[in-house]
Design a protein around this ligand. Sequence first.
Ligand SMILES: NC(=O)c1ccc[n+]([C@@H]2O[C@H](COP(=O)([O-])OP(=O)(O)OC[C@H]3O[C@@H](n4cnc5c(N)ncnc54)[C@H](OP(=O)(O)O)[C@@H]3O)[C@@H](O)[C@H]2O)c1
Length: 491
Amino acid sequence: MECCSIQISSPLSSSVLNLQGSSSPYDRKFSNKSLHPWLPSSPLPKPFLQLNDRPQSFVSRKSLASHSSRTKSRSISAEAAKQSWDFGRFLKTIYFFNGPPSPAKFFEFLIEKLSSPSPSKPEKAMDTSGIILVAGATGGVGRRVVDILQKKGFPVRVLVRNEEKARRMLGPDIDLIVGDITKESTLVPECFKGVRKVINAVSVIVGPKEGDTPDRAKYSQGIKFFEPEIKGDSPEMVEYIGMKNLINAVKESVGLRKGKLLFGFEDNNLRELAWGALDDVVMGGVSESTFQIDLTGSEVGGPAGVFKGVVSTANNGGFTSIRTKNFSVPEDVSAYEGLELRLKGDGRRYKLIIRTSRNWDTVGYTASFDTVADQWQSIRLPFSSLRPIFRARTVSDAPPFDPTSVISLQLMFSKFEYDGKLNPTFVEGAFQLPLSSIRTYIKDPICSRFVHVSSAGVTRPERPGLDLSKQPPAVRLNKELGFILTFKLKV
Ligand SMILES: NC(=O)c1ccc[n+]([C@@H]2O[C@H](COP(=O)([O-])OP(=O)(O)OC[C@H]3O[C@@H](n4cnc5c(N)ncnc54)[C@H](OP(=O)(O)O)[C@@H]3O)[C@@H](O)[C@H]2O)c1
């Protein structure tokens, strides 16, 4: 059952607008709902005071009330002997992550909640299948590959042009995608979800000029070499354009050797993320940070982002962070083992927090990492090392990290570790962390994930000094057969 509890009261009262509604049991349990358009008018509402890096006990109901009764002044004194808290910066933070307050948006939200009370969506199953895709599975090589993989117990999916032929040949229950690699529009990325490896046995169809026999006797060694010709699409279409289409279709799920850039600079292009400061100001603290692009800040004199600020434990605070807005399209990083940060350390311990939910105040899959002072370094954070953390506590029954749906990233410098522990490297004052990239990685050694079954003894026919008369017939016939071998080698 989806839950929707609504209490509306004066924006300045301590009992705040409290909307709860989420689509999964997981979100219901850990979320106080994402920042809402109206929340800015409610000072220090619950979600902001209970960010995940701060034990709940640090903020009492009493201090809530005390904050909320003094919100008219821009900068207020929280309590005697405490530093002044910047309400304007607090509002700016809310505004950045949630946009301007909008009554219209609020009513839309309300109607949506009231009109669809219990969609009870099933929980998204974790994809751990690691399917092997065989392309060209109805061919002489492809169908043998399928047979061997199935006998070894691997999960197999096939890419075929003709479903009927495939089911007849490979069995009625074969997991298949119908597509033609020469036609990009037939290779729907959704169909390749869960595919981790590819064996490509697609090839130009070559047959005897004088026609084939039903039992393909002419192919048998020793009878004769038939006079061959191409029967369908050209080598350029199949072996080159088709191959490129196939690689494009599977690269998200299979992964790239060099990883996928989530943030940073590559080939003179900046992959930017909408980072915003999220400091302990949201809980009454006075720490402050920014994230700015320094055009010459990287180790090679190119651009880098710089996370910097001043952290203070005044008013029971003690953390600064930068968090991205929610990605409009979730990042699927399931082909990779983890994230790699290229940064210049300062000897302190930071945290990376990954969220897989759109809700604001929810479990963050977190990894702490130590840095070396004044050194550019690559920090690898395997997904398997992420801990589900909610308000500085490990959530033992949280669902496992779902790498198919990364929604936001957060980088944090905090006094607090997890479960009551403190960051041993924490010091108050100024800090600076230049960050040139965040990318996914595949751990070494990298095994082949895409195998192209080519022709035995492929030889580049235009190679200087090559005596074609001494080459096998296939190489000699390359020209007559539309340069099949040349195109096979081209991608
Ligand atoms: N056979 C051998 O002894 C041998 C030895 C060494 C290397 N090889 C290499 O292995 C590869 C496969 O050879 P093979 O003998 O298995 O060839 P094949 O029997 O002619 O099979 C070709 C396969 O590719 C599929 N195909 C063709 N165009 C396609 C397209 N546009 N989209 C999707 N599928 C397409 C065919 O599907 P349809 O069923 O729909 O036509 C068929 O499944 C070739 O590169 C060949 O050089 C073969």
